[in-house]
Design a protein around this ligand. Structure first.
Ligand code: HEM
Length: 478
């Protein structure tokens, strides 16, 4: 009898446990998506952050459903909506079923509440930096047209300064970051002081790493370093804001996003407090920094490895250059002619997505593909559910810009590097111009060889070449 008592009582405990904790729905018929929440607390966060993103989603799409699966990442019950239909559903139901959500590490890094260490993360706010930048003016083609000439000249200057005639072996990634941040400092902040910009580069690298990290704020962790970097950036930005206000008081022209944020008021006529401006600008700088720098870097790699692609880009760019007078800067019409170069950029972003995907918070329970997603859950979409799928991209591993030739465009919602719908990346046009201005200048001046084609790529959410992508430069002399 005693021999049976232990297994029996254990079974009873397990049974009670199962009854108590089994997923319950208020309507008997609600069916949650298939999948696993993984380990207690940590869930499947490790696999999500430190595995190949296509593998994380691919394995689960195979195992559970090609349309949707559940998981627990960064402390949140999350439904991952997959494939072109998933992308379409997500981009078309914005604010109806869901609203934007930043994972906790991001919320923490981008808001000013670390002054109060005891405070828990605030609930996700629905007001974010995108509101401020979607306001009339900032990223509209009319405004961007004015940026273009300056983008061209800054890029040209940076290349001349860092990749000058005496140098044969150079690294791509550090220069890509320097150019990107210099442009952002110019257009977002109106600053062009190189030392100040150089100081910011290192801090931004740390913050970017910390956005996708485990929120463990103790010395030595990625998140701790990110927090210190965020505080340093915030301090620098508060200084910039103070200086800007003084300059504006003396009638300096307002040509950057920061000065617009300073004058903008809410419906009650209140202007934004400085710390909030600093957070918003920091959000913008981070969104626009590593994305553009990553694309430039991997473009240099793929083009360096494919001489025939290099020749086609160069032909396109030289034709544009040839149609201009000496010293004349790039104009809007020029960029519209850079079709092949843009296809090369697109192919780079397909193979190395600058941003994997984003989260939403479920506002009201909804059904997708026969499954019910409860209110309060998070939804995640990612380019990695389609980018490398041979059903949509023939020979997906191959770098082949001809996929985007006229008449061959990818099927709808299979290629969405900037997202879609009302929340689509507001920096898309800005990014396009910045990268095209880089391509124009770099192929005009140089040809290059990738020194180590097998250089290891580090980081799964934010990929970068381990050694910064060293290349051998050959200067074209006119
Ligand atoms: C190659 C470059 C870039 C890529 C691939 C990219 C991609 C994306 C993606 C996929 C999203 C998420 C959209 C969604 O949640 O549905 C996003 C959001 C965003 N991007 Fe970009 N981005 C790039 C460059 C930029 C630049 C240069 C800026 C700033 C000038 C910028 C500012 C933003 C902002 C503020 C958001 C948040 C929008 C929101 O939540 O409503 N991005 N971007």
């Amino acid at each position: 009898m005693e021999l049976l008592a232990l297994p029996l009582s254990l079974a009873l405990i397990v049974f009670t446990f199962v009854l108590t904790f089994r997923p319950r729905s208020h309507r008997g018929d609600a069916k949650l998506p298939p999948g696993s929440f993984g380990w207690p607390i940590i869930g499947e966060t490790i696999g999500f952050l430190f595995g190949k993103p296509e593998k994380f989603v691919g394995d689960r799409m195979n195992k559970y459903s090609p349309d949707i699966f559940k998981t627990k990442i960064l402390g949140e019950k999350t439904a991952v909506i997959c494939g072109p239909n998933g992308h379409k559903f997500l981009f078309s139901n914005e604010q109806k079923y869901f609203t934007s959500f930043r994972p906790h590490p991001m919320q923490y890094l981008f808001r000013s509440y670390q002054n109060n260490r005891a405070a828990p993360p605030p609930p996700s706010s629905h007001k974010d930096e995108s509101k401020a930048i979607r306001q009339p003016g900032f990223f509209k083609p009319e405004a961007l047209m004015r940026y273009l000439g300056k983008m061209d000249s800054i890029t040209n200057q940076q290349l001349q300064m860092h990749w000058n005639d005496e140098k044969n072996t150079v690294k791509v990634h550090p220069l890509a970051k320097s150019i990107t941040l210099t442009l952002a400092c110019q257009f977002f902040l109106g600053i062009n002081n190189p030392e100040r910009i150089a100081r910011l580069v290192k801090h931004f690298d740390d913050v970017t790493l910390g956005m996708h990290s485990i929120m463990l704020n103790i010395p030595g962790t990625i998140f701790h370093r990110a927090n210190k970097a965020a505080a340093a950036i915030r301090k620098e930005l508060l200084n910039v804001i103070k200086e800007k206000k003084q300059a504006m008081a003396t009638g300096a022209p307002m040509q950057d996003i920061l000065s617009h944020m300073i004058v903008v008021t809410d419906p009650n006529g209140r202007s934004m407090p400085d710390p909030e401006i600093a957070d918003k600008i920091m959000g913008l700088l981070t969104a626009g920094y590593s994305t553009v720098a990553t694309t430039i870097t991997f473009l240099m790699k793929y083009v360096g490895l494919n001489p025939e692609i290099y020749e086609k880009i160069r032909a396109e760019q030289l034709e544009i250059a040839g149609s201009k007078k000496a010293g004349e800067l790039l104009e809007w019409e020029d960029v519209q002619k850079m079709k092949y170069s843009w296809n090369v950029i697109c192919e780079t972003m397909r193979l190395v997505p600058p941003l994997q995907g984003t989260f939403r918070e479920v506002l009201t329970e909804f059904t997708y593909a026969g499954y019910t997603i409860p209110k309060g859950w998070k939804v995640y979409w990612t380019v990695s559910t389609t980018n490398m799928n041979p059903a949509y991209f023939r020979n997906p591993e191959k770098f082949d810009p001809s996929r985007y030739d006229e008449g061959e465009a990818p099927a709808p919602y299979t290629y969405v590097p900037f997202g879609g719908g009302p929340r689509m990346c507001p920096g898309k046009e800005y990014a396009r111009l910045a990268i095209l201005a880089f391509v124009h200048n770099v192929v005009k001046k140089y040809k290059w060889e990738v020194i180590d084609p097998n250089e290891k790529v580090e980081g799964d959410m934010m990929p970068e070449p381990e050694k910064g992508l060293p290349i051998r430069l050959h200067h074209h002399h006119h």
